[in-house]
Write a protein that binds this ligand. Structure first.
Ligand SMILES: [Zn+2]
Length: 373
């Protein structure tokens, strides 16, 4: 969902990006703030109103980045890699490489964000006190920032997944029952209740005169939370499933092969287009020397397919990613995602005994979840 974001920089190796929906929010928030300042301080000049609104909005987003950095730095300290922090319409999100593997890690990562927001609220409050006799503009801006950070900290502590409070709740259930899955189920249930609650409140608020926009906003947040809770539940349980399915049990044993001297065109016409298999192991004198895929073939200009042997475009054996039959499907899926590949040969000692294919694995996992085991 947040793939197409604009990179604005990096902190501690973490990519910071903004999704295009962020610009909508930036404009909305700065105009709401400008309207608020104009109403409460009619003595301010137009330029002062607009500049204060823009700078305050920017500081608000800096606060969100710091909140997400709080999560991220604790995650990294606890051995969970963080890929990116992305700002989008409903705030910020820190994308981690994997889930926390202990309840304690989950707890510390989750609590770090709201703690940063509480600290920022305190800091902006002190700044407000410091400026109160010098500048109304600074006082107003710091006052708003202190309040919004306090609201952020408190709202995020509501115990519904994927809010931070939901993650804290999940960690606590996990810690006291010893069951990570139970923690997830409870936290997701909490998340859905919060989502329904927000949508209901949004509907009631929206019916009040002049409050339509606020109502729609709350319904939007509720809807987003519901989708995120359900999406996280699915991702969690399918990865649980994938961790228990072994490569050796689901691999395909008929390994398509070609010899090094076969032309790309010959391979495509006599194998790929007939079997639907987009790859083949390349052998020479019975030894496996590489792997050719449709993607490799496409790298070569079509006019040269008839005269180019597969060995010229294949991935050589030394550079191949392989797995063992005892690996879990989850491990293979991670390799496929990280390396952006769709097929992985399965090796037992020095022999290829089968292969695993992304589509095939997904189909099997869907069947597992359809019959509930
Ligand atoms: Zn957070």
């Amino acid at each position: 969902m947040l793939e197409s974001s604009l990179r604005i920089g990096a902190i501690a190796g973490i990519r910071i990006g903004v999704h295009y929906t962020w610009f909508i929010v930036f404009l909305l928030l700065s105009s709401v703030l400008a309207a608020y300042f104009r109403e409460t301080h009619p003595e301010w000049s137009g330029v002062a109103v607009v500049l204060t609104a823009l700078v305050t909005t920017l500081m608000y987003f800096v606060s969100i980045v710091l909140h997400e950095l709080g999560h991220s730095l604790v995650a990294i300290a606890r051995g969970v890699q963080v890929r990116a922090i992305t700002l989008f319409i409903f705030g910020g999100i820190a994308q981690t490489e994997k889930d926390a593997d202990t309840a304690a890690t989950e707890f510390y990562i989750a609590i770090a964000g709201p703690l940063v927001s509480f600290l920022l609220a305190g800091l902006f409050y002190l700044l407000k006190l410091g400026f109160v006799s010098y500048s109304t503009i600074a006082t107003e801006a710091f006052n708003w920032l202190a309040t919004i950070n306090l609201v952020l900290a408190v709202f995020n502590l509501i115990p519904g997944f994927p809010l931070d409070g939901g993650r804290v709740f999940r960690a606590l259930v996990w810690r006291f029952t010893g069951d990570a899955a139970k923690g997830m189920q409870w936290a997701v249930l909490g998340g859905k209740l919060v989502a329904y609650g927000l949508m209901l409140i949004g509907a009631l608020v929206g019916l009040q005169p002049g409050m339509l926009f606020n109502g729609i906003w709350l319904i939007g947040i509720g809807w987003f939370l519901f989708a995120a809770a359900e999406g996280s539940r699915r991702a969690y349980f399918s990865s649980q499933l994938a961790a228990h399915v072994l490569v050796g049990d689901v691999m395909q044993k008929q390994v398509p092969t070609v010899t090094t001297d076969m032309s790309i065109l010959h391979w495509i016409d006599t194998q790929m287009l007939l079997t639907g298999q987009r790859f083949a192991l390349v052998t020479e004198g019975g030894q496996i020397v590489g792997l050719i895929t449709l993607n490799d073939a496409i790298q070569c200009p079509r006019a040269q397919w008839a005269d180019t042997p597969v060995c010229e475009v294949m991935t050589t054996f030394e550079r191949l990613y392989t797995v063992k039959p005892a690996n879990s499907v989850l491990e293979v899926m991670e390799i496929m995602r990280e390396q952006n590949i769709n097929q992985v040969p399965v090796m037992d000692e020095a022999t290829v005994i089968g292969w695993i294919d992304r589509e095939h694995v997904l189909k099997i996992l869907q069947l597992h979840s359809a019959i509930g085991r």
